[in-house]
Each structure stands twice: as C-alpha cells, then as structure tokens.
Design a protein around this ligand. Sequence first.
Ligand code: ZN
Length: 148
Amino acid sequence: MKVYDLSLNQLYRIADLLQIQVDFDVLLVETESIYEFHTLTGKPYHVGGIYVDGVIMTQPFDVLEKKGVLEQTIVHEMLHYLIQKSFTMPRWFEEGLILYLTGTRVEELKGEHRDYLERFMREVSYEDIPNLVSCYRNGNFINADLGP
Ligand SMILES: [Zn+2]
C-alpha cells in the first residue's frame, strides 16, 4: 500500500481568490507507467498530468513524487477542472493564470507552458486578475456581449 499525504491548501486559497467552489467531482486516473501515460495522452515526459472533459490523467504518483511535483500536478489539473466549470478563458490565459497563481517559475517550464506563463506575466498585472477573470466567467454579460 502506498499513502500520499497531499495538502490541498493552495487549491483552496486559489479557488477562494477566483471565487469558485472546490469539488472533486472529477475522475482521477493514475497511469501505471510513464510509458502508458505517454501512449494515452501523447504528451512528452516532462508533462506530469492532463485534464480533459472531466478526467485528470497523471503519470504514476510515485514518479511524480520522486520528481517532487505530485502535489503541484494534482493542484494544477484540479484548477483546470474547476476553472473550466465556471469560466471560458482563452487557453494561454487559463494556463498562464494557473501557472502564475501556483507560483510556477518560468525556468521550470518547457514548450507552450513556458510561452503561456511568459505571455501572462507580460500582459497581466496582479491587480488586474480579478477583473479579467470575471470577464471570462460563464454567463457574464460582458462575455455574452461579445457573441455573434
Ligand atoms: Zn495546465
């Protein structure tokens, strides 16, 4: 048996900031090997998890734990789930927002994640986050206004 002690304080703190409720009505699939993860997701090995349509799929927890990113990966993918329930954000903004709020450093990132965080830090200041985020909230009249 393996026991993982996850503190999800950060998840609750960020959910509070974004004014969303935390729930775990999401399927969490832990793959059995990084090979299986790569085969099922098509993602490179430096990606620890993905979120698609109500399903979080991750590399094996013990692999993530050895890399020191288990908690960070679960919190990151949970935030995609919670944000997509309440908001419709451009991909770069959603990804950049999550990376920024979880305190991920640019140097830790590769590929598009790095680009998204850099763009987010260039274009968004901390004080603007609540306003910008509220523009993307589902059902917000500003969002509806941009429709056809
Ligand atoms: Zn992400």
